[in-house]
Write a new protein. Structure first.
Length: 496
């Protein structure tokens, strides 16, 4: 996610619209690529993988002048350059870093592909944009290279790798753990007087909530605007509001699409989820509809709000020296819902940066090996250690590193790791931007009272059907079937 050092608000809508550009340009269970005996004979084992990669690249690049160009989101240089320096020092392969604004990188990749310019070898797009880039021919299929070089256990400790695959083929390596989770004012939760008063009113304990119903009740309980104390800082800006509804809806026990890609968001449960989201808006701080990402962090860091929702980047800010809530927070997964008498929690992975290889690269083998090197246990730990960068923990090894623990706090990392392991994926379909733009715009209108919840969801469903037809219904069904198979089993078995 985004670092605490970033300034200004980031508009994600342009990046999310990549699906439209892809449309113009044109498997039921996960089978991870496995390494062949060749990979093992070459010394590509997980232990000291980065060293084996460097030795291989040095031999491939011997007596040649090679430069790899990496297209990356502006602000991530601290995550990438230390790795590039090590790579160049050991192999002689030079690295050229091309930074573009966060909301432009997927679009820039599409332009590079359409124009035939071929100006980069590797790129780090937002993971949800991979399907559009793949369908546009921008990314190299990595199955064969992974079979040659990726150790059998390479992804065993990668806590979320669903977005690396499209229609059962590998196209990238996740390098950023963007699980959405909750932040709570611990002093408020543990105050004995508040606990007694809440229990007397509601009949259950005041603690980190399990369900959205409990969270909504707690926000209402703590909302005291006359004292300048507020229930929540959950996002209500159009760019962010749909993510909360997405989790609330899944927690009702439904897939957003049926198996044939027919939308089923405009059912009674979808309407109920949206109505509950709108009702909860009454207990948010006054700027919830206008504050962007960084203003949201600053407001919550002042200490007068009960809860917030966010990512690892949120915690890096809140755990910083200028935060009034540093060391005073409790954490939890995003709330769930009661489905057929049992709790269903659906943590959500909704961003993340991904190492990919350009289909136009003249050095596909070396470019792939850099991605493998960068995502190896040792080197990815170095990348995540950068307190000002984007990359949040995503491998099991990261949660044990002292520098990373110092940046995030042990308590946060425990919840983050659990959420990463159990996260549902984003909507990794071609046209993701179109689907989510329709959802967010209609939800935002309903939240402002301009249309009803039913109208918002009926309109969204109609727009989704058009997007599906435009992208190719059978192709979308194929990927949706594959994606459904990758949901965590405990969640998948309970969605209707």
């Amino acid at each position: 996610m985004l670092p605490r050092s970033s300034l200004g608000s980031i508009s994600r809508r342009r990046l999310l619209r990549t699906g439209t550009s892809a449309a113009i340009v044109g498997a039921s269970s996960l089978t991870f690529p496995v390494s062949t005996p060749h990979a093992q004979e070459a010394g590509f084992h997980l232990e000291k993988l980065h060293e084996a990669v460097l030795q291989k690249v040095a031999s491939l690049a011997a007596k040649r002048d090679i430069e790899l160009s990496i297209l990356q989101p502006k602000g991530s240089l601290g995550n990438i350059k230390p790795l590039g320096d090590r790579f160049t020092q050991a192999t002689g392969v030079a690295i050229r870093y091309v930074e573009v604004p966060v909301d432009n990188i997927n679009t820039q990749m599409m332009i590079d592909t359409v124009s035939g310019a071929g100006t980069f070898d590797l790129a780090l797009p937002a993971t949800f944009g991979l399907p559009d880039l793949i369908e546009a021919g921008a990314l190299l299929n990595l199955d064969d290279l992974a079979a040659r070089y990726a150790p059998d256990a390479f992804q065993d400790d990668a806590l979320f790798s669903i977005g690396d695959y499209y229609k059962n083929s590998l196209y990238g390596y996740q390098t950023d753990g963007d699980a959405y989770l909750m932040f709570y004012n611990r002093d408020w939760l543990e105050n004995s007087d508040e606990k007694k008063r809440f229990a007397d009113q509601h009949g259950y304990e005041l603690k980190v909530p399990d369900t959205w119903d409990e969270l909504d009740s707690m926000m209402a309980f703590f909302h005291r605007p006359e004292e300048k104390l507020y229930g929540g800082a959950l996002f209500r800006t159009p760019n962010y509001i749909a993510w909360e509804w997405w989790i609330r809806f899944h927690a009702k026990g439904y897939w957003p699409f049926a198996a044939d890609m027919e939308p089923q968001i405009n059912n009674a449960e979808g309407e109920e989820a949206l109505d509950e989201l709108i009702s909860a808006s009454k207990y948010l701080y006054p700027e919830a509809r206008t504050n962007g990402l960084f203003d949201n962090w600053k407001a919550f860091a002042e200490g007068g709000i009960f809860c917030n929702i966010g990512w690892g980047g949120t915690q890096k800010f809140l755990n910083g020296p200028n935060s009034a809530v540093r060391g005073k927070l409790a954490f939890g997964p995003t709330p769930g819902g009661m489905v057929k008498g049992a709790l269903l929690q659906t943590p959500y992975f909704n961003w993340g940066w991904n190492y990919t290889v350009s289909s136009a690269t003249k050095e596909p083998e070396i470019a792939y090996l850099f991605a493998l090197f960068a995502c190896s246990p040792e080197m990815s730990t170095v990348a995540v250690q950068d307190a000002g960068g984007y990359f949040d923990p995503f491998r099991k090894e990261h949660y044990e590193d002292p520098k990373i623990v110092e940046v995030y706090s042990a308590e946060f990392l425990k919840t983050h790791q659990e959420s990463m392991r159990k996260s549902i994926p984003d909507l990794y379909l071609q046209g993701q931007g179109e689907y989510f733009d329709a959802l967010r715009e209609n939800i935002a209108q309903a939240e402002r009272g301009e249309i009803t919840c039913r109208e918002a969801l009926d309109t969204t469903a109609k727009q989704w059907r058009k997007t599906t037809r435009r992208m190719g219904r059978q192709s979308q069904i194929e990927q949706w079937k594959f994606l459904r198979s990758l949901y965590p089993e405990a969640i998948r078995e309970r969605l209707a």
